[in-house]
Design a protein around this ligand. Structure first.
Ligand code: FES
Length: 116
């Protein structure tokens, strides 16, 4: 149960409501279902073309911890969005990553801004 606002300088921002209990839909699937042109290729967490920047819009709550899949860690490192130090810090401090792959990221009950 969350509002997801998609933002890109070339398009108007669009906010969609992710239905409660639908914790199986990735951001890419939600974007496609709402005709939001998030780029993608493999849809399997391997190419990095669907990289997104995620920010919480729930200013009163701390960001929810999301765990990156091993594939995401690898790809985000390869495309230069995360370093080994960033990954280590996220694990030690239990912090979520601001960079995700839309085809792997399943939003939870948190309002987020997705920049693509
Ligand atoms: S579409 Fe290839 S990593 Fe998401």
């Amino acid at each position: 149960m969350a509002d997801i606002t998609f933002s890109n300088p070339e398009y108007k921002d669009k906010t969609v409501y992710a239905v409660a209990g639908s914790h199986t839909e990735t951001v890419l699937k939600i974007a496609k279902g709402n005709r939001i042109p998030v780029e993608f290729d493999c849809e399997n967490g391997e190419c990095g073309s669907c990289v997104i920047h995620v920010t919480s819009l729930d200013k009163d709550k701390p960001r929810m911890g999301y765990h990156l899949t091993e594939k995401e860690k690898q790809v985000l490192k390869e495309i230069g969005k995360l370093s080994s130090e960033d990954l280590e810090k996220m694990i030690v401090d239990d912090l979520p990553s601001e960079w995700r792959l839309a085809c792997q990221f399943i939003p939870r009950d948190e309002d987020v801004l997705i920049e693509y």
